[in-house]
Each structure stands twice: as structure tokens, then as C-alpha cells.
Design a protein around this ligand. Structure first.
Ligand SMILES: NC(=O)C[C@H](N)C(=O)O
Length: 341
């Protein structure tokens, strides 16, 4: 095992897994994750690996610290860095699969980004923990064990980015965090789980039906930064002010976390239609945890110039819209992408 990104030795029949650590509660130090002043992301990658009995028996492992942040501090620059690192690891044949240790707050967004841009069939597995590494009944060690088992499993190939927590395998497209503190926080509303893992024994229930990784039209090619896309949260009595503020601050895209089926107040609708006329691409998603946002249902998207998010929640819609805008796609092409991916 090396901490600096050296290769795990190739041993006959043994899969090689690279651990890319980014921080999060899986690397947090505290008696619990709800202590005042608690900070995630303090335990280094070597210590994480050493804390899991039997981990090295699953695969030839090496670890690399890509970042050390609470995932609330993940941002576009870190996504680009992480995705580039995953791509380099695969392109140089340094590993058969990667495991990314990550905070749970935004793991769904990072996973979705990687699901769309990484060009490889090799498994990209993300895991984390709800309880700090030093807490009573820490969940990180078994999550990491299961994640390495998935990354080392040839049957995980071609399934895109997989989020593994609490014995569940989720497609990065579908997964979302549903509880602030519960260990069973991750759900995949609608499509359901991708599979399960029990002490390293992995089963798959389905293939992700939407294009991803090698079949996705997105990649890192030519992308040095991502365009600004803001998410606005709809509520009773919403005014138009924040829509206008986002546009005047330079947002090239807006995602509305609408009420119900992607609805919002009349004032907000008018402001969004105006933004769309000015060339901002506006996507209607929903603050509701499950269900699709359909086109031209309660709102006339055709007349208003809006895009419907289909199955993507606001934070996932933001990632896809950033990638679409980075590729120079216009509104109709963006709508097609929301139906396709
Ligand atoms: N459970 C966690 O990992 C929460 C932490 N704030 C993070 O996302 O990094």
C-alpha cells in the first residue's frame, strides 16, 4: 500500500483497487456525528484502511489522499480534480476499480458527476459513513469493506458510479440522502436499489438503464471549469427577487426546486420566463423527494421556454445542467439530455 499514489503490485488473480480519499464523516473524529463543534475529514487514508480487518484480503489496495474536506465543501474544482484522477488511474491501468471515500452530504452529486464523465467500464464506487470513525458503532469500516468488495468485483463493471452504504448499492443517478442522522439515510426513490452487499458478498438487482460513463455524451475533454448554475427553493409566497439576483450575478443556468410537480408562484414563473428569454437555461425540478417533473403539465413549458427535470432532483439537475452548458447546449438539447440521462 502506498499513500502517494504508487501502484499496488499486480499479483496473479488479484484485483487492484485504488482508494481515493476525500474526507467526510468516514474520516471524522468524535464520539458522535451530532456533537457541537464536530468536524469531519480528519483521519488520513492509511488509518482508514488499517482500521478495517480483512480489507487487504479483498484486493491489492493502495490509497491516495485527493482532498480532506467535509463534503459540504465539495465544489466544481474538486469534482474536476477527482474525475481527472479517476480517469488517470484507469487510463494508466493502475487499478481495476476505485473506491472514493466521501462525505455523505454531497456524495450523490459527486457520484452523479463521475457517472456522467468518467470514460471507463471499471467500477467507480463511492462510500462514506454517518458516524465518525471514532464513534460508538461506527458504520464506516463495514461500508469501506463492502465498497472495496464491489470495486474488486468483475460483475460491477459497466454499471457506472455506485454508491455503497449500509449494505445497499445505489446507482449514483438515483441515490439521495433522506435523513440528517439516520444510518439508513440513503434511498433510491423510484428505480430502487442497484444491489446489496453483505460482509463483502455482493449481489446486483438490475443494470442502470440510462446512458453513463462510456455511453454518456459528456466527458472532461476541454472542460477547465463549470458554468455557474444556481438552485432556488420554491415556497408559499415566493417572490421574484432571488431569480433576478441570480441572473444579475451571472448564473447561466437556474434550477428551481419547485413545489409539487415543479410548480412555483406566479411571480417566480414570470421571472423565470424572463430569464429564459434572456438566454438563461431554466430547469424545473422539485423539492419533493420522489416522482417525476413532467413537461407541459401544470405549466406550459413550451410557451414559457422552460426545461422539465424529469427524474432528477434539484442537486442532480444542477450537475447535468452544468455539463450541458459547458458543452454549449441550448434549451431544446438540454431538455433532450434531461429525458435521456
Ligand atoms: N456524514 C457525513 O459525511 C457528513 C459530513 N458533513 C460530510 O458530508 O462530509
Amino acid at each position: 500500500m502506498s499513500a502517494g499514489g504508487g501502484r499496488a503490485p499486480r499479483e496473479a488473480g488479484r484485483r487492484r483497487v485504488r482508494l481515493l480519499a476525500t474526507g467526510g464523516t468516514i474520516a471524522g473524529r468524535a464520539a458522535s456525528g451530532v456533537e457541537p463543534g464536530y468536524r469531519s475529514g480528519e483521519v488520513a487514508v492509511e488509518a482508514l484502511i488499517d482500521a478495517v480487518p480483512g480489507l487487504r484480503e479483498l484486493a491489492a489496495l493502495d490509497g491516495e489522499q485527493v482532498a480532506q474536506v467535509g463534503s459540504q465543501d465539495m465544489d466544481d474544482a474538486l469534482w474536476l480534480k477527482l474525475a481527472a484522477r479517476v480517469q488517470e488511474v484507469f487510463d494508466s491501468d493502475a487499478a481495476d476499480g476505485v473506491v472514493i471515500t466521501h462525505g455523505t452530504d454531497t456524495v450523490e452529486e459527486t457520484g452523479w458527476f463521475l457517472h456522467l464523465v468518467v470514460k471507463s467500464d471499471r467500477p467507480v464506487v463511492l462510500t462514506g459513513a454517518m458516524r465518525p470513525a471514532t464513534a460508538l458503532s461506527a458504520d464506516g469500516p463495514l461500508n469501506l469493506y463492502n465498497a472495496v468488495a464491489v470495486a474488486a468485483d468483475p460483475a460491477a463493471r459497466g454499471r457506472g458510479a455506485i454508491v455503497v452504504l449500509n449494505d445497499d448499492l445505489h446507482c449514483a443517478r438515483d441515490v439521495t440522502k433522506s435523513s440528517t442522522t439516520d444510518v439508513h439515510t440513503f434511498i433510491s426513490p423510484g428505480p430502487g436499489l442497484l444491489g446489496s452487499a453483505s460482509y463483502g458478498r455482493v449481489r446486483y438487482f438490475r443494470q442502470p438503464p440510462h446512458p453513463h460513463t462510456t455511453a454518456s455524451g459528456f466527458s472532461l475533454d476541454g472542460i477547465r471549469q463549470l458554468p455557474r448554475v444556481d438552485i432556488l427553493y420554491a415556497h408559499a409566497g415566493m417572490t421574484a427577487d432571488l431569480v433576478r439576483a441570480s441572473v444579475s450575478l451571472g448564473a447561466r443556468g437556474l434550477v428551481m426546486a419547485g413545489v409539487g410537480n415543479g410548480n412555483m408562484s406566479t411571480a417566480a414563473v414570470r421571472a423565470l420566463a424572463e430569464a429564459a428569454r434572456e438566454g438563461v437555461v431554466v430547469v424545473r425540478s422539485t423539492r419533493v423527494v420522489s416522482g417525476d417533473v413532467g413537461r407541459n403539465i401544470e405549466l406550459d413549458d413550451d410557451a414559457l421556454g422552460l426545461v422539465a427535470a424529469d427524474q432528477l432532483n434539484p442537486q442532480k439537475a444542477r450537475v447535468l445542467l452544468q455539463l450541458c452548458l459547458a458543452r454549449g447546449m441550448e434549451r431544446d438539447a438540454v431538455q433532450d439530455a434531461f429525458h435521456r440521462y
